[in-house]
Each structure stands twice: as C-alpha cells, then as structure tokens.
Design a protein around this ligand. Structure first.
Ligand SMILES: Nc1ncnc2c1ncn2[C@@H]1O[C@H](COP(=O)(O)OP(=O)(O)OP(=O)(O)O)[C@@H](O)[C@H]1O
Ligand SMILES: [Mg+2]
Length: 226
C-alpha cells in the first residue's frame, strides 16, 4: 500500500510574465493530495490545470511557495534526482500518448523497467502481462503508430504504471478520444488506482472523468473552489 505518500502544495503561486504583462495563474494554493485517493482538477480553459500538473511533477517551478513529495522539496532536486523521482514515484500521462516510435509497443511499456535495472527478459514478461490485461497482447510487437488513438493511450498508461508508482498524474488523458474510448481509459486508471492504493490526479474538461474521481477540485482565479 502507498497510502502514506502525499503531495503537498504549500502556498504555491505561479505567475508568467509576457512583455510588460504578468498573469498570476496560481495564487497562494495550499492543498494535500493523498495516495490512495483519486482527484479531478477541473476548470475553464486557461485556468491553470496544466500549469499545476507541471508544478506537481517538477517539470516547472512555482514563483512562490513549496511543493513536497512526502518530506522532500521537489524543487531542490538536481536533474539526476528529478529523473529518479519521476521513474520511481510519479507516472505521467498526457493528452497525446507520446509513444517512442523507434520502439515497438511492448518496448514502450517496459522502458521504465529497463531504466531502473530490470533484466530485459523479466521486463518483457511483465510488460506482456500488462498488455494481456488490457487486451493488447497481440499488438506487442507492432509499431505504435499502427494502433488506434485509444489503444496508444492504453499503452502510454501501462508505460507510466510499469513500476507501480505511488502517484499517477494525467493531463487531459481522454482529450483526443471519443466517449467510449475515454471511458475505457478512465476505467483502467481507476482500476489501477484501487489495485495498489495509488494517488490519481487527472486534469480534465471531461465531466465523465470528473464524475469517476473521489474528489473534484475546480480551479478558478488561481485557487480551488471547494
Ligand atoms: N510558459 C508560459 N508562458 C506564458 N504563459 C503561460 C505559459 N504556460 C501557461 N501560460 C498561461 O497560463 C494560463 C494557464 O494555462 P494552462 O495551460 O495551465 O491552462 P489549462 O487550464 O491547462 O487550459 P486548457 O484547459 O486549455 O488546457 C494561460 O493563460 C496560459 O496562457
Ligand atoms: Mg491544459
């Protein structure tokens, strides 16, 4: 169980300056995300959902405030520590599946395992089991582009979850999919969330996604309207 893990935003603000104009996207935001629960981040286009996701995973830094994973200040990580942190603790999924087209479907799934030192055969066997579970075992040796958008997104999710991270962060994971393919993705994420008590944080416009989460947080004027 990963229930002890937390992401903490402590008085986080983020402003962007363009020429003479500064816009405050996140304004003194404080919140704790617990592993074991699922969260939807909703809000109008431009309300700062993606900005918040980037700050949570350390791909961007706050203008003010602190972000902790457990007791670690993630903005203090150097490049090597950040990459270790992302491999071990946080799976990332985006609107585009972003599969590596130089690799086969199964090689995409096993990538994180190889990075942290699995034997190739061991990683391959584990990836095949994951693909079987989502009905894509027969596509294992295909080129990622030969899969549909929904199938590619399932592969991207398996890649993000290969190491059973305590948290999965997904930014509009169903944004390119129709309702049915989107539902498959949401069900898959919820199933894994329950399987090992993962924390799931999804930024989405999609009401179907928000409904399926334990907690819905709406961003407005730089903060959550609870
Ligand atoms: N790198 C940047 N430089 C300047 N402004 C930025 C940058 N990134 C985001 N912004 C601005 O911050 C605001 C929030 O953008 P963000 O992408 O977080 O919104 P969003 O809620 O994810 O929107 P959408 O629903 O359209 O994906 C927008 O006004 C955007 O123009
Ligand atoms: Mg966005």
């Amino acid at each position: 169980m990963n229930t002890k893990h937390t992401f903490i935003l402590d008085s986080v603000s983020k402003a962007f300056t363009q020429g003479e104009r500064t816009i405050t996207v996140l304004d003194n935001l404080t919140y704790t995300f617990d592993a074991g629960r699922s969260y939807a981040i909703t809000g109008a286009s431009g309300s700062g959902k993606s900005t918040l996701m980037h700050i949570l995973c350390g791909l961007d830094t706050p203008t003010d405030g602190l972000v902790y994973f457990d007791k670690l200040n993630i903005n203090k990580f150097d490049v090597r520590q950040r990459s270790f942190f992302l491999n071990k603790n946080v799976g990332l999924v985006f609107q585009e599946p972003l599969l590596l087209t130089e690799l086969s479907v199964i090689e995409n799934v096993m990538l994180k395992g190889l990075i942290i030192g699995y034997e190739y055969a061991q990683a391959h066997a584990h990836a095949l089991k994951l693909l079987e579970k989502v009905g894509l075992a027969d596509k294992a040796h295909m080129h990622p582009r030969s899969l549909s958008g929904g199938q590619q997104q399932r592969v991207a999710i398996l890649r993000a979850l290969f190491n059973k991270p305590p948290f999965l962060l997904a930014d509009e994971p169903t944004g390119n999919l129709d309702d049915i393919a989107g539902r498959v993705i949401v069900d898959l994420l919820c199933e894994y969330q329950r399987e090992w008590g993962m924390g799931l944080i999804i930024a989405s416009h999609d009401a179907q996604v928000a409904q399926a989460m334990d907690i819905v947080l709406r961003l407005h004027d730089g903060n959550f309207c609870l």
